[in-house]
Design a protein around this ligand. Sequence first.
Ligand SMILES: C[S@@+](CC[C@H](N)C(=O)[O-])C[C@H]1O[C@@H](n2cnc3c(N)ncnc32)[C@H](O)[C@@H]1O
Length: 224
Amino acid sequence: MERTREQQFECTEGDWQPTAHGHLLGDVLQRQRLVRGKDVLELGAGVGNHTVLLVRGGARHVVATEITEERLETTRHNVERLCGKDAPVEYRVADWLRTTGKFDLVVTNPPFAKSGKRNRRYFLDKLILDSFRRLKPEGELLFVQSSMADLNLSIQMMLRNGYEPRILAQREEPWREYYFEDPRFLLEAEEVEGGYDERDGQRFEILSVLHGRLRSWSPPAFAH
Ligand SMILES: C[S@@+](CC[C@H](N)C(=O)[O-])C[C@H]1O[C@@H](n2cnc3c(N)ncnc32)[C@H](O)[C@@H]1O
């Protein structure tokens, strides 16, 4: 397989090249002791940039997912190269949360700007609504998002769905070039309060790493 290098990660054409979003989530994973001894589900593992940090951070077991076998092969290639074949990682092709098991922690940098969905927030919304299905009681959710994806909405949704949200890191970044190439993205940007700031002709977004612990919940007897 022909590969190009992005820092120490190797990838093929079509793989997601890590961006500032992924770097910020990576900084949090390196700085905070969030993974030691935990069973972790990582959604959309890409080149394995976070998978490697999860292994190095002492995760007990990691399930790393990707949408196709080809994408997942890149994850596997990098993790095996950088952490060895015995790293406690299981690689699964899975469509977002459509997989099995219960985990202590779900980690992801969800597709947003290029989600390709009518509802651009689809993967974020699904994550906040349905991650409880993959979490053990008191399990944790950790993800990164842009202010362009409406931070307040994610916080509201987390509260509504039983999470205690905390912002673990924030960083301002200039807009990525491809944002300007999508007319619908430009229109949607105007609808998001606090979505971006413009200074000296340059647009900036704020990236946030959100963490939430799922409060325990017993459905009432009348639930159907
Ligand atoms: C924003 S990229 C993040 C990649 C990597 N985790 C990082 O931070 O650099 C989102 C990743 O999700 C994957 N993906 C897209 N749709 C998916 C789906 N339905 N289920 C699982 N992964 C998906 C993409 O292939 C891509 O690697």
